[in-house]
Design a binder for this molecule. Structure first.
Ligand SMILES: [Zn+2]
Length: 282
């Protein structure tokens, strides 16, 4: 294999980096690529357990403890997919808007690790904290590219800046609101995560503050509907994660993935079995 890749996986809320790309990151980590997970916010507004407790008891929870809980959930989840480099920037997420301090903090991480690839939300995601995370990331890429005198632009051209050759936006089917539907996203890149799906599920189950956990059916339901949904069925594998690239890629020749070619050679029976596989049955 050539040089290991440096991948920066950004989630607007702590669990997003795993929910939308955890299976893919587990594969890259296992291959020896360097994966960094970054979340700009504490995710406190999504600490559903604490919100319920406050409603039921009227007692204000200890905020620092809750922030630490959210941070620990993400660190533990990342460990399940083989990632130990977790950056938890700790900014409040109740009103997320473009914020110079957050942009600077993201730029510092980009300047330090110089990722070849960045994985993050679609820039117009209808969850504001997701869209803002990406828009701040794009500003941070710009800011960080200025830290590389004499080489401000990506070798592949385009406008990704710095050392980033590509940005992958999540395109998982999820919300059904009108804004999402006006903005249909067709994936350019689909990753087969069947081999790492259990790892991803174990990671998701660390987010107990949001009703995940070994005793909860949530990940089983979400895993089958999102990762095991139409993209997987059409790719004829059990579980996938889907992305759309920021720029078209440059090639010597028309690309055809070796993996896709191999998968196309399966018999109909083998392909049917692969796509019907359900790993989270009781
Ligand atoms: Zn989120």
């Amino acid at each position: 294999m050539s040089e290991p890749l440096r991948i920066l996986n950004i989630g607007g809320h702590p669990k997003d980096a795993i929910l939308y790309a955890g299976g893919t990151m587990a594969k890259h980590a296992a291959r020896g690529d360097r994966v960094t997970i970054l979340t700009p916010t504490t995710g406190l507004s999504h600490h559903l357990e604490a919100i319920n407790q406050y409603r039921d008891t009227g007692k204000m929870p200890e905020m620092e403890t809750l922030v630490e809980e959210r941070r620990k959930e993400l660190v533990d989840a990342a460990a399940e997919i083989g990632v130990s480099d977790v950056r938890f920037l700790g900014h409040p997420d109740d009103i997320v808007t473009i914020d110079r301090d957050i942009v600077n903090d993201i730029a510092d991480v980009i300047g330090e690790i110089r990722p070849n690839m960045i994985v993050t939300h679609w820039p117009n995601d209808t969850v504001p904290a997701h869209a803002m995370a990406t828009q701040m990331t794009l500003l941070a890429i710009d800011a960080a590219s200025g830290m590389r005198p004499g080489r401000p632009y990506a070798p592949t051209g385009g406008d990704t800046g710095g050392a980033q050759a590509q940005i992958f936006y999540h395109t998982q089917i999820g919300r059904t609101n009108v804004l999402e539907s006006l903005n249909i996203r067709i994936p350019t890149t689909i990753i087969d995560i069947t081999d790492t799906f259990i790892q991803k599920s174990n990671a998701m189950n660390k987010f107990k503050s949001q009703h995940y956990g070994e005793e909860s059916p949530l990940q089983r339901k979400l895993g089958e509907t999102m990762d095991g949904g139409v993209y997987a069925i059409h790719m004829r594998v059990a579980y996938t994660e889907a992305f759309i690239t920021h720029n078209p890629q440059l090639y010597d020749y028309l690309p055809l993935s070796e993996y896709g070619r191999k998968m196309a050679d399966r018999t109909d029976d083998e392909a049917f079995k692969d796509r019907m596989k359900m790993l989270l049955v009781d």
